[in-house]
Design a protein around this ligand. Structure first.
Ligand SMILES: Cc1cc2nc3c(=O)[nH]c(=O)nc-3n(C[C@H](O)[C@H](O)[C@H](O)COP(=O)(O)OP(=O)(O)OC[C@H]3O[C@@H](n4cnc5c(N)ncnc54)[C@H](O)[C@@H]3O)c2cc1C
Length: 437
C-alpha cells in the first residue's frame, strides 16, 4: 500500500514530481545513502536524503586532511549538487532523532516529521572508545570533516608550541596513534611525513629526533585483515619513516595531554589519535528496534530489510549484513556502495510487486597506504600487491570513487605536487575548528 500523505513539514522537493509518488527517505548521505539515491534517481519515487551535514564526506581520505595533505573541500561534496540533475531527489539538512515505525515517520531533531513509505537507514558508524576513561573526551577520532580539521589544528598547534619551547630548552613531543588497522597505519605514516615537512620546510627549531610518532596496538601485529606478510611490510615501511610501532599496548586511560597503559606506564602525548575501532551503538541504526550485530549494527536480512517493521531497510556501516558464511560483511566503502544500491533496488522491487533478493557482495579487496610509493592491497583475484604498484592501485581507486570531477582533479594535482616533495599542503590552523561539530 502506498501512502499519499508525505512530509508533515516542508522538505525540498521538485515541483515536477507528483506528490502521489511513494516517498523514500534515505537517512545519511555517505557512500551507502548516495548509492541508494543514485539508484532511485529519475524513477517513479520521491526521495528525500536527510543528513546532518549538507555534504557527502569521503572518509578514506580524512587522514590526509588531518595531516594537512588535502583541503577539507577536496574530500567533501554538497549532496544537493550531486543530485541537482534528478528532479525526484530532495535534500533535508537535519539530524534524524528517531524512527516511529508504527506511524512510518522519521522524527527530526527539531521535532518535525517526515512520513515515509520506505526508509533506508545509512547512518554509518562512529568511533568506539570501549569505555576507556578519558578516551571519548581527550582522544581525537577521525570520523568526520570536523574531526579531521580538529586533529590538524591540534597537530600544527602542538608543533608551534614546541617550537617556542625549543628556543628556551630541549623539548620532547609525542604523537600517539592508537590502532594498527588501515586508518591507524595511514595516519601514522602521514603524520610522520607531516612532521618531517614542517621541520624541514617551515623552519621550526625542533630537532627531528625529539618528535616521536608512536603507533600502538593491543594486537601483536598491524593490519589484522591482511596477510601476515603485508603486516610485516607495513611495519617495516612505517619504521623506515621514523614511526615507532609498539604491540601489546592496552590503553587504560587518556588524559588531556597523556596516555596510560595497562602496565602502568604513562606517556605525555601532544595528541592521541583514536583509530581503535568503530561502533554503530549510539547512532540511529544502533537505536532501531530489533537484533544487534557486531559493533551495535542493526541486523538485516539478506535483502537488507530490518526485522520487525515494514518499509525499513539498512545498509552500509549501520547494518550487520549476512555474508552467507555465518558472519557479517565488513564495514568498508565497497560494502556500503553495493548495499546502498541493493537496498534501493529492493525498495523498487517491493513497490513494483516483485520479490526481493539477497545481496550478492562482490569482494573488491582491501587497501592501506603507508606513505609515498608504499601501500598494501589485498585483491580478490590477484593476492597481495605492495610497494609502488600497490600505491598506484590505491591512488587510482581512491580517485575513481571520489565524488565530483573538480575534487578528483584537485586531489590529483595535490598528490602529484606532494609526490615531488614541494612544500605544499594546507598547513592552516583554523581557530573555529576546535568547537565545530
Ligand atoms: C578514517 C576512515 C578511513 C577509511 N578508509 C577506508 C578505506 O580506505 N577503504 C574502505 O573501503 N573503507 C574505508 N573506511 C570505511 C568506509 O569509509 C565506510 O565503510 C563507509 O564510509 C560507510 O559508508 P556509510 O554510507 O555506511 O556511512 P558513512 O560514510 O559514515 O555516512 C553516514 C552518513 O550519515 C550521516 N548521519 C549519521 N547519523 C545521522 C543522523 N542521525 N541524522 C542525519 N544524518 C546522519 C552522516 O553525517 C554521514 O554523512 C574508512 C573509514 C574511516 C572513518
Amino acid at each position: 500500500m502506498l501512502r499519499r500523505d508525505m512530509a508533515t513539514s516542508p522538505v525540498s522537493r521538485s515541483p515536477r514530481v507528483p506528490v502521489e509518488w511513494p516517498h523514500v527517505v534515505i537517512v545519511g548521505g555517505g557512500f551507502a545513502g548516495v548509492s541508494a539515491a543514485r539508484q532511485l534517481a529519475n524513477r517513479r519515487v520521491r526521495v528525500t536524503i536527510v543528513d546532518r551535514h549538507n555534504f557527502h564526506t569521503f572518509l578514506p581520505l580524512l587522514y590526509q586532511v588531518a595531516t594537512a595533505g588535502l583541503e577539507p573541500a577536496d574530500v567533501a561534496y554538497p549532496i544537493r549538487t550531486i543530485f541537482g540533475h534528478a528532479d525526484n531527489i530532495g535534500f533535508r539538512h537535519a539530524t534524524v532523532a528517531d524512527l516511529d515505525r508504527a506511524r512510518r515517520v522519521v522524527v527530526l531533531d527539531d521535532k518535525s516529521e517526515l512520513v515515509y513509505d520506505h526508509v533506508i537507514v545509512t547512518t554509518g558508524a562512529t568511533a568506539s572508545y570501549f569505555d576507556i576513561p578519558g578516551a571519548a573526551r581527550h582522544a581525537l577520532p577521525l570520523y568526520s570533516l570536523a574531526d579531521a580539521r580538529r586533529l590538524r589544528n591540534r597537530l600544527l598547534l602542538a608543533l608551534e608550541e614546541a617550537d617556542v619551547a625549543a628556543e628556551r630548552s630541549s623539548v620532547a613531543l609525542n604523537f600517539v596513534v592508537v590502532g594498527g588497522g588501515p586508518t591507524g597505519v595511514e595516519t601514522a605514516g602521514a603524520l610522520s611525513e607531516l612532521v618531517g615537512i614542517v621541520i624541514r620546510r617551515d623552519g621550526l627549531h625542533l630537532e627531528p629526533s625529539t618528535v616521536r610518532v608512536v603507533l600502538v596496538d593491543l594486537a601483536a601485529r598491524l593490519l589484522t585483515a591482511f596477510p601476515e606478510s603485508a603486516a610485516r611490510y607495513a611495519k617495516r615501511e612505517l619504521e623506515s619513516m621514523g614511526v615507532e610501532v609498539e604491540f601489546g599496548r592496552s590503553v587504560v586511560e587518556v588524559g588531556p595531554r597523556s596516555i596510560r597503559f595497562a602496565d602502568g606506564e604513562s606517556w605525555a602525548a601532544a595528541a592521541v589519535v583514536w583509530a581503535a575501532g568503530v561502533t554503530a551503538a549510539g547512532t540511529l541504526a544502533g537505536r532501531l528496534e530489533g537484533p544487534r550485530g557486531p559493533g551495535g549494527r542493526a541486523v538485516v536480512g539478506g535483502d537488507l530489510r530490518v526485522e520487525g517493521g515494514a518499509g525499513v531497510w539498512a545498509a552500509g556501516d549501520a547494518a550487520a549484513i549476512p555474508d552467507g558464511a555465518g558472519g557479517y560483511l565488513p564495514q568498508l566503502a565497497p560494502v556500503a556502495i553495493q548495499s546502498g544500491r541493493h537496498a534501493a533496488r529492493q525498495v523498487l522491487a517491493v513497490l513494483e510487486g516483485r520479490a526481493t533478493e539477497p545481496l550478492r557482495y562482490r569482494d573488491k579487496g582491501i587497501m592501506a597506504t603507508i606513505g609515498r610509493r608504499a601501500a598494501v592491497a589485498k585483491l580478490p583475484h590477484a593476492g597481495v600487491i605492495r610497494g609502488t604498484v600497490g600505491w598506484l592501485a590505491w591512488l587510482g581507486l581512491h580517485l575513481w570513487y571520489l565524488v565530483g570531477f573538480r575534487n578528483k582533479l584537485r586531489v590529483m594535482i595535490n598528490w602529484t605536487w606532494r609526490y615531488f616533495d614541494w612544500p605544499s599542503g594546507p598547513r592552516l590552523i583554523v581557530a573555529d575548528a576546535e568547537t565545530a561539530d
